[in-house]
Write a protein that binds this ligand. Structure first.
Ligand code: BES
Ligand code: MN
Ligand code: ZN
Length: 495
């Protein structure tokens, strides 16, 4: 996708489509007014017919307006003008790209008003680039006849005044890099589980390493056995797919500076194991690797931006299958750091692969560790499909992630952990059970389990079970929390 800026007269721009906003009550935004003037009232007239009331996210496509060089003008409802902020801007652009997906428009123009100030324009350009790439994404890999329409092949941000060109270019570069990261994450998630295997994830990491100069190490089963990653291996036991432990290192910061370690849960399919899941919607458990998908995706962003940071990505990845050789409820295994775990439910497998990865992270003496995981169904009950749950042993780190999510319009919320929850982790036969406390506070007790393995560094855990993908007619990966993670890293890099 090509991104550029223009300060030419809006009505004279040769483009497939200009996207302009309309507020509640049919009130035209400034760029909509400019087009109305150039078309001698055609925009007002269309709005006057009543098909565009300004309701947030509604759209109306106008074709071939006289006096306007653009082939189309897409009106987007922006809601109440007084509430029009970053959230509404993002919602409107999402709706606009969705509406254009079924049109033949390829190059699109987005007018940005410069009056709001340089920082705001730069943010809107960055966010616009992300949403353009997001809106243009199409899953095609396993379809015989792919839809090749290509909205957003080129996106022009029209500026009605002067802005800092350098800041604008930097914003577009960030947006493109984040958008590309999101696209990779979505693709990894959407690929069927017979393609997106642990081996496939490892190969994807190898490709990124080659392209962006990362160091890539893939630990095989025998390596993991040597390290004593027995909780991880207990999950993969009954699968014919070999497990992998993927390590990517980006040495972009000062030599010897403590790295940020990102960890992603990479269960490429979660049947539940012997504690088998019910059949309905089990296909969606192909998305159980989206913690991995998102840290792999954000590494692409890191590579594209050459972020001046040291970053390590760890992905424990395997399949959770039943079988004659499968781990049984009641089995006790010793994790890499020596803690023994009684596996009371083989469906609580995410924490079993993560705990060994979190132990492995210690060797980097990290500045902090952030993991992302589709860890608990309870997360969906707590925060729905809107907000990612954040848990941490460091309040400042949690706040940093929540703040990054605000900037990125990728919402996250800090939930509690603490001793009273932690005390629920009791086993009669091992140091730790893999489930405890019943269903109540299930996301928190899962976080507490992980917390037993993160004592030596600052750590935050993001439970993305509700936000990593959408179900139903629009089933598909969202690419979250790549925008949040990218913003967190960019801020840490001081960029
Ligand atoms: N991958 C699931 C969590 C999940 C379930 C995410 C549904 C999104 C939608 C995880 O491995 C799991 O099965 N967790 C169990 C834990 C329970 C056995 C304590 C759960 O949430 O039911
Ligand atoms: Mn499970
Ligand atoms: Zn799982």
């Amino acid at each position: 996708m090509e991104f550029s800026t223009s300060t030419a007269e809006l009505s004279a721009l040769k483009t497939d489509c200009i996207i302009v906003g309309v507020f509640d009550g049919g009130k035209l935004s400034k760029p909509a007014k400019a087009l109305d003037k150039a078309s001698k009232g055609a925009v007002e007239k269309a709005v006057g017919h009543g098909d565009m009331t300004g309701k947030t996210g509604s759209t109306l496509l106008l074709q071939g307006l006289a006096g306007i060089a653009a082939k189309r003008v897409l009106l987007v409802g922006c809601g109440a003008e007084k509430d029009y902020g970053r959230a509404a801007y993002s919602a409107c652009l999402r709706a606009a790209f969705k509406a254009l997906k079924s049109s033949a428009a390829t190059d699109v123009t987005i007018p940005l008003e410069t009056a709001a100030g340089a920082a705001d324009v730069a943010w809107k350009a960055e966010q616009g680039a992300i949403l353009a790439l997001d809106g243009a994404y199409r899953y095609t890999r396993t379809k015989s006849k792919a839809d090749t329409r290509n909205v957003g092949k080129a996106v022009t941000f029209h500026l009605d005044g002067k802005v800092d060109g350098k800041a604008m270019q930097a914003a577009l570069k960030r947006g493109e890099a984040i958008g590309e990261g999101v696209a990779l994450t979505k693709e990894l998630g959407n690929l069927p589980p017979n393609i997106a295997t642990p081996t496939y994830l490892a190969d994807t990491a190898k490709d990124l390493a080659k392209k962006y100069g990362f160091k890539c190490t893939i630990l095989e089963k025998k390596d993991m056995e040597k390290l004593g990653m027995n909780t991880l291996l207990s999950v993969s036991k009954a699968s014919y797919q070999p497990p992998k432990f993927i390590v990517l290192e980006h040495h972009g910061g000062k030599k010897g500076a403590a790295p940020i370690v990102l960890v992603g849960k990479g269960i490429t399919f979660d049947t539940g194991g012997i504690s088998l899941k019910p059949g309905a919607e089990m296909d969606e458990m192909k998305y159980d690797m989206q913690g991995a998908g998102s840290v792999i995706g954000v590494m692409k962003t890191v590579g594209l931006l050459k972020l001046p940071l040291n970053i390590v990505m760890l992905v424990p990845t395997c399949e959770n299958m039943p079988g004659g050789n499968a781990t049984r409820p009641g089995d006790v295994v010793k994790s890499m750091n020596g803690i023994t775990v009684e596996i009371l439910n083989t469906d609580a497998e995410g924490r079993l692969i993560l705990c060994d990865a979190l132990t492995y992270a210690e060797r980097y003496k990290p500045a902090c560790v952030v993991d992302a995981a589709t860890l608990t169904g309870a997360m969906v009950i707590a925060l729905g499909h809107i907000t990612t749950g954040v848990f941490a042993n460091d309040d400042k780190l949690a706040q940093e992630l929540v703040d990054a999510g605000k900037v990125a319009q990728d919402a996250a919320w800090h939930l509690p952990m603490g001793a009273e929850y932690d005390e629920l982790l009791k086993s009669n036969f091992a140091d730790l059970p893999n489930i405890s406390g019943g269903r109540a506070g299930g996301s928190i007790t899962a976080a507490c389990f992980l917390g037993r393995f993160t004592k030596s560094y600052k750590w935050a855990h993001m439970d993305i079970a509700g936000t990593a993908w959408k179900s139903g007619a629009e089933k598909g990966a969202t690419g979250r929390p790549v925008p949040l993670l990218a913003n967190f890293l960019i801020k840490r890099a001081g960029k």
